[in-house]
Design a protein around this ligand. Sequence first.
Ligand SMILES: Nc1ncnc2c1ncn2[C@@H]1O[C@H](COP(=O)(O)OP(=O)(O)OP(=O)(O)O)[C@@H](O)[C@H]1O
Length: 358
Amino acid sequence: MARLTIRNICKSFGSGFAVNDVSLDVENGELVCLLGPSGSGKSTLLRMIGGFERPSAGEILIDGRDITHLPPERRPTGMVFQSHALWTHWTVFDNIAFGLKLRRLPRADIREKVEQALAMVGLADYGQRMTTQLSGGQQQRVALARSLVLEPKILLLDEPFASLDQHLRERLRDEVKDIQSRLGITTLFVTHGQDEALALADRIVVMRDGVMEQVAPPDVIYRAPQTEFVAGFIGSMNFLRADVEDGVARHDDLTLPLPIADGPVILGIRPEAMSLTPSERPRAGKVHRLIDFGTHKLIDIDLTDGTRIKCMAGPDARAPRGLRVELGVSAFHAFRDGRQVYQTTSDLEATERSMSHA
Ligand SMILES: Nc1ncnc2c1ncn2[C@@H]1O[C@H](COP(=O)(O)OP(=O)(O)OP(=O)(O)O)[C@@H](O)[C@H]1O
């Protein structure tokens, strides 16, 4: 168990910053997901923590000890990469034992630790196989065991399941979460999959262009996105352009009370916060199509200003194509210049509740 402190860390490649002045504290046993689009600096940040990239500025501390300039092998970190880089001419056992042999542990200790690590990742009987005889998911498990066996204080995972199919990815994700919470190991997990981050993380760091847009538990990120970017990146969000006048936001298809200064605004409304009722108005929004997901339905609506939005409805909902509808809204966010300037109390209450549990 360890505490990780990142202070004002920067990394520039040539003229641009891949990571720009990032500061973050990760608590003992916490699992933090770095989430963001391709090129947002997630891997660079992780690689600096692991010692595979030299920061241009800033400090990295583990339990208060400055490790900024130590090489990877002298850091108490273990890293699992997207491509597992196992030694293909060695057995699974030898792959996992390698780091322990470098540390010159007695053979009996090595055997015991490797067997424990294999059991932990569900490969107890696979020690004598060659790594080429394993599936992609099993190879990633070996990569994980190879890191865990060294008992790192901090585990760093860089999109470890990106190359696996969805089903296997979900299974391994759950297994990693189980192992991580059982061992209580402080973990950073890079992903560009929002589902993965929402399912795994104690806290999510949303990154964009090398900076942190928001750092918060998953439900806070979902319910109280601080920027328009975070709102659009996590979950599904409908964005509507509206104008505020005298505390009311007006859009062709929607009017909402909005106690902020007059002027243009972007409204953000989740599909599950929208409801529909049939309309008599000839210029009301119109059903484009309905997709049945079994547990719920998703209805695409074409609004009069040409925007297409999504509305979530129950499994029995019906909405024939072309039906005119009025929109109802139970919760929404408002953004100006990319920043959140207002959100409804129902969302705020949910956020405050979850923060008081954190
Ligand atoms: N060795 C390098 N030399 C030059 N530029 C680099 C290098 N490594 C990363 N970059 C640049 O730094 C930026 C951040 O890259 P990084 O790999 O950290 O992003 P990422 O969020 O992990 O993306 P992905 O999800 O695609 O892996 C990108 O613009 C990338 O092109």
